[in-house]
Every structure is written in C-alpha cells, then in structure tokens.
Design a binder for this molecule. Structure first.
Ligand SMILES: [Fe+2]
Length: 362
C-alpha cells in the first residue's frame, strides 16, 4: 500500500440519539424544502410528523415515490418535481435508495439535460440543490459519499451516477431511527456495511485512512453481532450506525469490488435485497481472495475467529438462500460476465475470467 494518498470527506455529519433535532437549525436559510423518501419509511419512522412540526413555518414538498433500486425515470420525475415547486434544499430520508436518489434528484432539480448527457459530464452545468441526508438504515453509508446508484430498467443495469458536486452537505445520524426496522432488514443493511469495509480493505484503491475506517467498522460490526442477543438493543444500533457511516467513508475512497457487481446481478435479476445479496456472496468471494493469495485478506478470517463469527449461522438468521438454489447453471456465466464488465474490477485486487468466477459461485 502506498503512503502517498489523499482523502476528502466534505460532509458535515452530526451523530447521536436525537441528532435529528439539528435539522431545524440546518434548514434555517431555506423557505421551500423538498423531502425525498420511499413510500413508507417517512411515516413508519415518525419523520413525517417530526418534519412537519419542526419546519411548520416552511413550505414542504414531499416526493415519496422512490422505489427500491431507484430508476432513471424516478430521478428525472423527482428533479422536475423539485424544480416546479422551486425547492431550495432537499432533505433525504430513508435507506440507500432514497438517499442515492435524492443526490441525483438534487442535480436534476437544477439541470434539465438527459440522464446520459449528464452522466458523460464531469461537472454539472448548474450546482445541485444542497442535500441533508437522514439515513434510517445502517448499511448504505450513502450519507457520507457522492455515490448515487441508479437502475436503468430497460438495460437491467445499475449505474453509478456520481459527481464531485454530489456529496450531501450535511448528514444527521440518529440511531433512534433504526428502531422501526425489522430484524432481517437491519441485518441485511449491516451486512452491506460489512462488505463495504471488507471490499474497501482489499481494494486496489485502499489507503491508510480508508484502512483505519474499514478495520474499525468491521471490528465494531462483528463484536456487536457476537455480543448482543437483541439486534435492536440501543448499544447495538449506535454501533451499527457508526460502522455503516465509516464504511460509507471507506468506499468513497476505495470503491467497491467484484462482490458488489456480482450482487448487482442478484438484485437486478432476482430482486434480492442489496445487503442480502452481498451477504450471500460473502463466502465465495472470501474463497476467491484466499485462493488468489490477496495478502490483506488474511486479517478477515482472524477477525471472524476472534469474534467467533459463524457466517453460515448469520446467513440463516438473515433468511438468505444458498446461491445454488437461486441461480441456474445457465445464469452463472451471464452473471459472471456482467460483474466482470463493471468498473468495480478496477478496484478488485485479482484478475479473473468468467470461467473462474462461475466455478466459485457455489
Ligand atoms: Fe452496498
């Protein structure tokens, strides 16, 4: 690893129980505010009533139509919605999908070009609206980076629409918002965070700062999973949220690797939750890292052993199916070719062809 590196993390983040109370102060300069969310989490978490009470003297415009794995169409509609309401700022509430969508919606609110026109440009013609990210899951880490993963439904493909101007301006990380998640969703998002940190650690783009964040995040997740009976214990929720945000900072620097691009195939084609897909792929990806002799991987089995972490028991608790029961023999080469074609391979610390990946997908 090179000790010549840079890191950049411009998000002003506020952490802790009741940190949502900071929202009123952060939104003080704005009279007209757009709120981006999925269809249910805003009400389920109590955030709708909270925002309506805290920001009662503002004009609030709710765009609560973000689906899981948001499509190009959704973000274009969201941008037009913000533009016609003349919103000055965006509050994003929810998991990875609403947070990722909000970052793109903030771009399309001020830019009227087509998705692929803007994707091809490095800088946006007009500055996006400022975004305040309020995560209600603990996996995406989206609040800490500029990534916005958007689905092209026609091409069954996931595209990272990410520009330097797309960092949220603020993040409010309130572990109390995780209380309404069901255990499986909570666990799936925790696995997503774990894979962000693990992939970040072994990424070709890793640096000493990202390694420090990755190690802390993985230790915290494994120690918490092995120590608590109730995953929704307050101490566990604090640890999961912190670990997830650290992991979001990790992938900001390192990107994700082959595991994530394989996972995209399962989400695009089998409708498996992103975090669950990553968890299902963890054992075979770890086997690839071991077999390919990736040196930095050696720390992972040691961490599992230290925390008596049995991945198979957790996959069962997550309700994850074995890869062999969700993929036919004909699908495996298609999945491998798709994953190998994604930019994630630039960060993956080994070379592989489709035959090799197919053999490991067991
Ligand atoms: Fe992820």
């Amino acid at each position: 690893m090179s000790y010549i590196f840079s890191f950049h993390s411009p998000v002003e983040a506020f952490f802790g129980f009741d940190s949502i109370e900071k929202i009123k102060e952060l939104m003080a300069p704005y009279k007209t505010i757009g709120i981006v969310s999925g269809r249910t989490s805003l009400e389920a978490t109590g955030m709708k009533a909270f925002l309506e009470a805290e920001l009662a003297d503002r004009s609030l415009h709710f765009f609560s139509e973000v689906e899981e794995n948001p499509s190009i169409n959704t973000i274009i509609r969201g941008g037009a919605f913000m533009r016609s309401a003349r919103c000055e700022a965006v509050i994003a509430v929810g998991g990875g999908s609403p947070l990722d969508a909000a970052k793109s919606i903030a771009v399309f609110a001020t830019n009227n070009d087509s998705f692929y026109e803007l994707l091809a440009k490095k800088d946006m013609p007009n500055k996006p609206l400022p975004v305040l990210a309020v995560p209600t899951t603990c996996g995406t880490g989206s609040e800490m980076n500029a990534y916005s993963i958007i689905t092209d439904a026609e091409k069954t493909d996931k595209i990272n629409f990410s520009k330097p101007c797309m960092f949220p301006k603020w993040a409010v990380l309130d572990p109390g918002l995780l209380k309404t998640l069901n255990e499986r969703t909570l666990l799936a998002t925790v696995f997503d965070a774990f894979t962000h940190s693990m992939e970040g650690l072994i990424s070709l783009r890793a640096n000493p700062f990202s390694d420090m964040c990755a190690m802390t995040s993985m230790e915290l997740i494994l120690a918490t999973l092995s120590a608590v009976e109730d995953l929704k214990d307050e101490r566990a929720l604090v640890n999961f949220m912190y670990a997830s945000s650290l992991a979001g900072t990790v992938i900001l620097h390192t990107g994700t690797t082959l595991l994530h691009s394989l996972g995209y195939y399962l989400t695009n084609n089998k409708k498996i939750h992103h975090g669950t897909a990553n968890a299902m792929l963890l054992p075979c990806f770890m086997e690839m890292l071991r077999e390919k002799g990736v040196q930095k991987f050696n720390v992972i089995p040691s961490l599992f052993e230290k925390h008596r972490f049995d991945i198979n028991l957790w996959l069962e608790r997550l309700g994850a199916e074995p890869l062999s029961s969700v993929l036919t023999m004909d699908e495996k080469p298609v999945m491998a070719a798709y994953a190998l074609s994604k930019p994630n391979m630039k960060s993956t610390p080994f070379e592989a062809d489709a035959d090799y990946v197919v053999k490991k997908l067991v």
